[in-house]
Design a protein around this ligand. Structure first.
Ligand SMILES: [Mg+2]
Ligand SMILES: [Zn+2]
Length: 221
């Protein structure tokens, strides 16, 4: 069965947006971001970082710099017991750019290409997944992919929140930062995991006495 995931923008959502972050030493985690990712890890929810890095197309830094930054980010997160399951990035730009990087690609947000290809690789259920970011283009990419979306007010989010129309981009909520956003969506992501196993599955296991039958679900009444 396909699993839901949380797709997370990087700059302005996990780490401070310093504009074309190219050096690992520029990385500063936003308060609570590592704890938020650790919470998802603890519940087995895949964490996928999807980030536009047009600085590559613009010749501001090499594509290899992105890997160095993510290696540093992994170290900072590991101090808090947090781990990103998968990174994806778009190094392209439709107009500015050099050589192969100047392309009207499908992966640059607000297009959903990064979400779609990671979902394919990891077997993710997009309809039950969330996309969280600080720009409306993050939400737009998430909505195009069929995800629910959340805007955070960190980074450019406070400004973006003033122009977000209610109900636009499948938005489920606006929160101050990643941690409260994850606290909101985690119970919705793990609701099924807390359900007891199907009755027939319990009964079929030899040597295991069935658990008492659960009373009917209280929700949905
Ligand atoms: Mg951002
Ligand atoms: Zn791209």
């Amino acid at each position: 069965m396909k699993r839901p995931a949380v797709f997370v923008d990087r700059d302005g959502t996990i780490n401070e947006d310093v504009g074309y972050l190219a050096r690992p030493s520029q990385l500063r985690l936003i308060a609570g971001a590592a704890e938020a990712i650790a919470r998802l890890n603890q519940h087995g929810v895949p964490v996928v970082v999807v980030t536009n890095q047009a600085g590559v197309a613009r010749g501001l830094f090499a594509e290899s710099a992105i890997g160095n930054v993510h290696a540093r980010l992994d170290k900072l997160l590991a101090r808090h017991g947090a781990c990103v399951d998968r990174y994806d990035y778009c190094p392209h730009h439709p107009r500015d750019g050099q050589g192969a990087y100047q392309i009207d690609c499908e992966c640059r947000k607000p297009r959903p290409g990064m979400l779609l290809r990671v979902a394919e690789e990891l077997g993710l259920d997009l309809a039950r997944s969330y996309m969280i970011g600080d720009k409306l283009t993050d939400l737009e990419a998430g909505a195009h992919a069929g995800c629910r979306t959340i805007l955070v007010r960190s980074g450019y989010g406070a400004q973006a929140a003033t122009t977000l129309a209610p109900g636009a981009y499948n938005v489920a909520g606006v929160f101050d930062s990643l941690l409260p956003a994850i606290e909101f969506c985690l119970p919705r992501l793990t609701g099924q995991r807390q359900a007891p196993p199907p009755w027939h599955a319990v009964r079929a296991m030899p040597g295991v006495s069935p658990a008492p039958r659960q009373s009917p679900r209280r929700r949905g009444g």
